[in-house]
Design a protein around this ligand. Structure first.
Ligand SMILES: *Cc1c(COP(=O)(O)O)cnc(C)c1O
Length: 373
């Protein structure tokens, strides 16, 4: 049985007619760049996140960048984040002219180790970006407590955590700004590129609105140097429809995670994802940890099962950040995890049989590779 890593075609098939009708509405109204469909989605998404405002932008990287710019981050500043993330988190910091400073992750949740945060703060620190990796929120109360003590804003990188919760509070509205990506493979994905930043702060919302629209407060009146970072109308209309299916999709992912958990339990060679007691994990990625993971990925591929690695190289060891001078060994937990992570297929449309196929292939590999040693 083939088990692809992701199957977007299957995801869109049941809502194809709805999506097509929405796209035609946008064509009829010509609201292509920003406009009424984006505004409607902003209202709906803000409400979904329990936030007052949302700012629809071109992608998740834009959302992070505009959030930091709106908070006044600029050259000479430092922004604290984690090395276990997608490159975009650090890129947004660098594109403000600031320097990314890293804090290692917690070995259980793979999110920022709040106990190490305070020592990373310097007089240049301007903001903190916890990353809700794989769909589980970081320990926000602990992070916000340190941030408040030092008067620092917190920007949530919620690009993998649409609908996740921390102590019953939805991702995005716990920090000062929450940034989301609607890249097609995310839990809430557009039919193309899109992103949003949500906030309860009206002033930040206004600043981000201006930044994404060339710094215009009025047509051809530019108060700051901004950028073209608008969400397009077709994505807004499509996302309004897909948002109504998000909670159901997340519930399916959680069910699949429980199923994987049962079938893979009791294997000492494998570390399964853990959901913290005060959080709701939405399993954007179902990552296990295993030694000799390349072997395992190859064995599964031979059986038609596709896996991923998120991410093979932590950000501080990327060639692009060689100038930071951070050596291997600087963030041991992030580095150890990066060497062992394997992402198993995870999406709402997976069947029970597919999950059983994957789990059986993993168990078989573990047993056979033990014999081979
Ligand atoms: C996807 C992602 C981003 C970037 O989003 P884009 O829409 O691809 O720009 C940023 N951070 C994390 C953690 C992501 O997973």
């Amino acid at each position: 049985m083939q088990v692809p890593f992701l199957n977007l075609r299957l995801h869109h098939e049941p809502i194809r007619a709805e999506l097509r009708a929405a796209i035609e509405q946008v064509i009829d109204s010509s609201a292509f760049a920003g406009g009424s469909f984006v505004e409607q989605f902003e209202r709906e998404f803000a409400q979904f996140c329990g936030a007052k405002h949302a700012c629809g932008v071109g992608n998740g990287t834009d959302a992070l960048w505009f959030a930091l710019l709106a908070l006044g981050v600029g050259p000479g500043d430092e922004v604290i984040t984690v090395p276990s993330t997608f490159m975009a988190t650090a890129e947004a910091i660098t594109y403000c002219g600031a320097r990314p400073v890293f804090v290692d992750i917690d070995e259980e949740t793979y999110t920022m180790d709040a106990s190490q945060l305070e020592r990373a703060i310097t007089p240049r620190t301007k903001a903190i970006i916890p990353v809700h990796l794989f769909g589980q929120m970081a320990d926000m109360n602990a992070i916000i407590a340190v941030a408040r003590k030092h008067g620092l804003p917190v920007v949530e990188d919620a690009c993998q955590a649409h609908g996740a919760e921390y102590k019953s509070r939805p991702a995005g509205s716990v920090g000062d700004v929450g940034c989301f990506s609607f890249y097609p493979g995310k839990n809430l994905g557009a039919l193309g590129e899109a992103g949003a930043a949500v906030t309860n702060n009206a002033e930040l919302k206004k600043k981000m609105d201006v930044l994404r629209d060339h710094g215009q407060t009025k047509k051809y009146h530019h108060t700051v140097v901004g950028w073209n970072g608008r969400m397009d109308g077709i994505q807004g209309a499509v996302l309004s429809i897909k948002l109504t299916h998000l909670a159901g999709g997340n519930e399916k992912r959680r069910e699949h995670a429980r199923h994987y958990g049962k079938l893979l339990s009791g294997l000492d060679e494998i570390i399964l994802p853990k959901e913290a007691a005060d959080r709701t994990h939405v399993f954007h990625i179902y990552a296990i940890r295993v030694a000799r993971r390349d072997d395992m990925i190859r064995a599964l591929a031979q059986k038609g099962i596709s896996c991923g690695i998120h991410y093979p190289i932590p950000v501080h060891l990327q060639e692009a950040y060689a100038s930071l001078g951070l050596k291997s060994g600087s963030f041991p937990v992030a580095e150890r995890c990066a060497e062992a992570f394997v992402s198993l297929p995870m999406y709402p449309e997976l069947t029970h049989q597919q999950i059983e196929t994957v789990a059986l292939a993993v168990r078989t590999w573990v047993e056979e590779s033990l014999v081979a040693v």
